[in-house]
Design a protein around this ligand. Structure first.
Ligand code: CP
Length: 314
């Protein structure tokens, strides 16, 4: 397996075998994190965040620091020459003069791809507009794998803002490769999954799916419920956001309808789509998921820098 120098722009950029390799390394890191304290000594990660983030930026930065590497970057593009009108291509060419690997979040769909065309340095898409969020998908899949031991034979509910939710688009793409998957798409009519995801991913792969508006009707059949926030920042007018923002609230009463081992995932941040009372339910995995995000990003950084081989031997 050789992922050295590769980009991660879309969830399908890696084969299933390459994903398994990353998960295997993440498992090793979880078991003995102290073994990896110097894996990236002398390496430098750039975090270029043109949009707000807590989990993705902090987990990438924590990941690199825990591997012995160092981090530079911005979380506010106006503190850099972006404010003077510098292009993405020129920014990334410059960053590549100083760093070994870069992570980019951008409000424009395709921006990390533009960056990747401008450099040979590995570029990781940390979320581009309403399009894709492949490292969130690695986080989600690692969490499912650690809970269930497999990705096959799952009925997966995706609930909330399926239109703008890039984590949902990436997760559907990635899960479409596994056996006997069924999707239950739960959203208001205005926030249904985009046609291109339905046609080019779900229908093209002959995956059974249903689209419903009411969560209560379908929750008993789910093996996993992936909740999402209504994406305020992607709405064109506030009125629509206010009307739709409380479409779904998962609470203890609804959890009583669910299977005893149904996994509840959420990429976070949550607004109020999961009541705080659900946090103590053992099926609520979203903070465990956030922690897995750091471990899987440690594994990803190591693989893209090509420093993982010696750790895979035992
Ligand atoms: N899940 C996720 O992308 O969270 P942040 O926006 O906080 O990075």
């Amino acid at each position: 397996m050789n992922l050295k120098g590769r980009y991660l722009l879309e969830p399908m950029d890696f084969t299933m075998e390459e994903m398994d390799y990353i998960f295997k390394l993440a498992d090793k890191i979880i078991q003995s994190p102290e073994r990896f304290m110097h894996a990236c000594d002398g390496k430098l990660l750039a975090t270029l965040f043109y949009e707000p983030s807590t989990r993705t930026r902090f987990s990438f930065e924590a990941a690199m620091l825990r591997l012995g590497g160092q981090v530079i970057g911005f979380s506010e593009p106006n503190s850099s020459s972006v404010a003077k009108g510098e292009s993405i291509a020129d920014t990334i060419r410059t960053v590549a003069c100083y760093c070994d690997i870069a992570v980019m979040r951008h409000p424009k769909e395709g921006a990390p791809k533009v960056a990747a065309y401008a450099t040979d340095m590995p570029i990781i898409n940390a979320g581009d507009g309403g399009h894709q969020h492949p490292t969130q998908t690695l986080t989600d899949l690692l969490t499912i794998h650690r809970e269930k031991g497999s990705f096959d034979n799952l009925t997966i509910g995706l609930c909330g803002d399926l239109k703008f939710g890039r984590t949902v688009h990436s997760l559907i793409k990635a899960l479409s490769r596994y056996k006997n998957i069924k999707f239950v798409l739960i959203s208001p009519n205005e926030l249904r999954i985009p046609d291109y995801v339905r046609r080019e991913v779900i229908e093209k792969n002959n995956i059974p799916y249903t689209e419903v508006e009411k969560m209560q009707d379908v929750i008993p059949e789910l093996d996993m419920l992936y909740m999402t926030r209504v994406q305020k920042e992607r709405f064109f007018n506030e009125e629509d956001y206010i009307r739709l923002k409380d479409s779904y609230i998962l609470d203890a009463e609804k959890m009583q309808l669910a299977k005893k081992d149904m996994m509840v995932l959420h990429p976070l941040p949550r607004v109020n789509e999961i009541a705080v009372e659900v946090d103590s339910d053992p099926r609520a995995l979203y903070f465990k998921q956030a922690k897995n995000g750091m471990f899987v990003r440690m594994a990803l950084i190591m693989c893209l820098l090509g420093v993982e081989k010696e750790f895979m031997e035992d």
